[in-house]
Design a protein around this ligand. Sequence first.
Ligand code: FAD
Length: 471
Amino acid sequence: MKLVISSILVGSAASFSPSSFINGGGVSHRQQRAVSSSSTTSLDMKYKVAVVGGGPSGACAAEIFAKEKNVDTVLFERKMDNAKPCGGAIPLCMIGEFDIPETTVDRKVRRMKLISPSNVEVDIGDTLQPNEYIGMCRREVMDKFLRDRAISYGAEPIQGLVTKIDVPEDHKTNPESRYTIHYQEYLEGNSAGVPKEMNVDLIIGADGANSRVAKAMDAGEYNFAIAFQERIKISEEKMAFYEEMAEMYVGDDVSPDFYGWVFPKYDHVGVGTGTVVNRPAIKQYQKAIRDRAGDKIAGGKIIKVEAHPIPEHYRPRRVQGRMALVGDAAGYVTKCSGEGIYFAAKSGRMAAEAIVKLMDGGKRLPTQAEIERTYIADYDRAYGPTYTVLDILQKVFYSNNGAREAFVELCNSKYVQQVTFDSYLYKKVQGNNPLDDIKLLGETIGCLIKGYAIAKPDAEFSNPVESLKRL
Ligand SMILES: Cc1cc2nc3c(=O)[nH]c(=O)nc-3n(C[C@H](O)[C@H](O)[C@H](O)COP(=O)(O)OP(=O)(O)OC[C@H]3O[C@@H](n4cnc5c(N)ncnc54)[C@H](O)[C@@H]3O)c2cc1C
């Protein structure tokens, strides 16, 4: 989408270049490029935005930039058919809000079993309306849909691994400075990457938990869990049990600080678990979740084994100059539920919308302070309380078997189920009933006392290195 003009017009076009809005008409890099390219009669008048990572956060950011015709959008994805290791559970509101066709949803979960350390089962789902469900997706399907949509709006896809980013020293103060992205491009039919580089004006880091963009911008570290999942193909008869059913197991055997899950996919189940405090033992916890699911998945064939880090909290810095992090790269996964897909898509969209607005039709580039005042402030206002509440719940209910027994018992309450589903499915705090809230507080204390009395103590483990690493 380049504006092609005759070389005669280059001089006058340069005086209307976008950069003249920033520095009062001084000679800009854009104007210099225009002069040097005059012999080819091609003049690129647009700012270039690079979105690094084509998961939900990157695809949803790229879509918004691509819709702004005065911005050139490049979407880097190291593997266009990437199957992100993931349970793939998404809230109902995501389908409507991001216009996702129901065909990308493998299963509609309407029933859940929550299973305590002593195998007490609580059935959840009675409070759901007939049209309400948790969507279960395969990420290779959903990510591709979101990415293809961004490309259809005009984002230029590059199948390439971003290896390094040169950040100019004056990038926070000089809007003329540009970032240089180094990448290995993987062209069709050639497995070896071709080293290339590209200069861009703004970067969205949507490259997940091992983000290179975060490293380049010195965003700081976060604690992370390691999550492990096996995709297991089970017989059709056994699959019938999981038709609309997901299971969550808690106990020190399946995880000392998280939960294990069995989530249904279109012809198999995803069986997994995660931990922060004892990551080297993840395979032992994985065996335990398989054992707990027992007969229900017996005879199943493991068709894929996958593992990946899950961030525990925000990065210390999410914006530096004109580089902004979204999704897992920023650290937007909730504790307790380990949910990150919706927050990735939402943060990608929010960051891009804020930046496009600040760019005012492609006329100028935003400053760090402007991005912080808009995208970061709006995101934190909308979701900060959710992260805090779920962090507290994880600390209270996942820390030992007594608390886990109490958690499962509490979930027997229809009120708890209603409030939990409403806030998960719609990402809004629903109008709670104060009387029920007081009753719930009493029940919580009662369940905790009872849970501590009956539960078997957690197995001890010694992992000082991992534990000390927690920030
Ligand atoms: C085992 C497991 C189970 C989970 N289950 C759930 C669940 O059920 N529900 C839920 O909501 N969340 C779940 N999560 C969390 C969820 O997967 C993430 O929060 C979500 O994927 C974040 O999306 P993202 O777009 O920010 O990053 P990602 O999905 O990680 O996407 C990053 C993309 O960037 C690409 N990339 C990375 N580095 C580069 C590079 N240098 N150059 C070019 N491209 C690059 C990758 O190939 C990838 O496609 C789970 C996570 C794990 C590990």
